[in-house]
Design a protein around this ligand. Structure first.
Ligand code: A3P
Length: 290
């Protein structure tokens, strides 16, 4: 069957009223036609799956001295969000190697990505994604925060940016033959960060010796990142007015299985049934709990 390529009608984009800036036709056209270079790297995630974590790891791998000498540069400056950056300036003008994060569904990413560039796709078990997002929306200053039950319905209807979790993951996995892509998971990073950093380095052709690997893995731990103002995004509201940093944090808990503190047994079983139904054709093993 033909791949579901760059056809936004195939992806449930949720309620685009909330994302009118990102999903404006002119903006989508810009992204679809964005010219990729061979050494471009894209960290692709569904939100709350470990974006800033992988972003910081890349900033460490690509910076001399693993960020010594770049004290005043945030990881977000080194590895920029493609769609948010586009709202402020022109990401195409960045010098190579250009490093990006993006939450875009496969159907909306630059069409050139199938010929050039590398993709690192980070997956996290969706119950923890949903739980993390439930807390994260405090930062986005909702007038009235929904209760968890209502939030789950909205999440499962695909009404949060960028689209339905199942669609995002399925599309990015189903089209792997067209991409130069490495799949990693949030849970593997929790269980053995150093091995995942090593995998990333090999994929990017930037091998590190054992000591350097130790340094990068140490600087990317939850504890270190929480202290590091270049990595923790505690001042995100200085850059984007729609965030309110006084209300919440990107670096919140950083664990596997926090969903058990929010979801009832009934909600969890409903989620499991939906997961089985939606992901049954996909070879994907996720860790839900440790
Ligand atoms: P929690 O809210 O469950 O704590 P994103 O960057 O995609 O928005 O994801 C944010 C989630 O990644 C948050 O999850 C955050 O705590 C977690 N995270 C970020 N850096 C981490 C690290 N070094 N170790 C573990 N979790 C991390």
């Amino acid at each position: 069957t033909a791949p579901e390529i760059h056809d936004s009608t195939k992806c449930n984009l949720g309620d685009t009223r909330y994302f009118s800036n990102v999903y404006k036709k002119e903006h989508i056209d810009y992204l679809l036609n964005f010219k990729i270079r061979d050494d471009d790297v894209f960290v692709v995630t569904y939100p709350k799956s470990g974006t800033i974590w992988t972003q910081h790891i890349l900033s460490l791998i690509y910076s001399k001295g693993y960020r010594n000498g770049t004290e005043n540069v945030t990881s977000e400056n080194i590895v920029q969000c493609l769609e948010l950056n586009r709202l402020n300036n022109d990401p195409a003008a960045r010098p190579s190697p250009r490093l990006f994060t993006t939450h875009l569904p496969y159907s909306l990413v630059p069409q050139d990505l199938t010929k050039k560039g590398k993709v690192i796709y980070v997956t996290r078990n969706p119950k923890d994604v949903m739980t993390s997002m439930y807390h994260f929306i405090d930062l986005v200053s909702f007038k009235m925060k929904p209760n968890f039950e209502t939030f789950m319905e909205i999440f499962l209807a695909g009404h949060y940016y960028p689209c339905l979790w199942f669609d995002h993951v399925r599309e990015w996995y189903n089209n792997k033959k067209d991409l130069n892509i490495l799949y990693i998971t949030y849970e593997d990073m929790i269980l053995d960060l150093r091995s995942v950093v090593k995998q990333i380095c090999t994929f990017l052709g930037r091998e590190l010796d054992d000591t350097s690997l130790d340094i990068v893995a140490e600087k990317a731990t939850f504890k270190e990142m929480t202290k590091d103002t270049r990595a923790n995004k505690n001042s995100i509201s200085d850059t984007y007015s729609f965030f309110d940093s006084s209300k919440g944090k990107f670096m919140r808990k950083g664990t596997i299985g926090d969903w058990k503190n929010e979801m009832t047994v009934r909600q969890s079983e409903r989620f499991d049934a939906l997961f089985m139904e939606q992901m049954r054709d996909l070879q994907i093993n996720l860790i839900w709990d440790i």
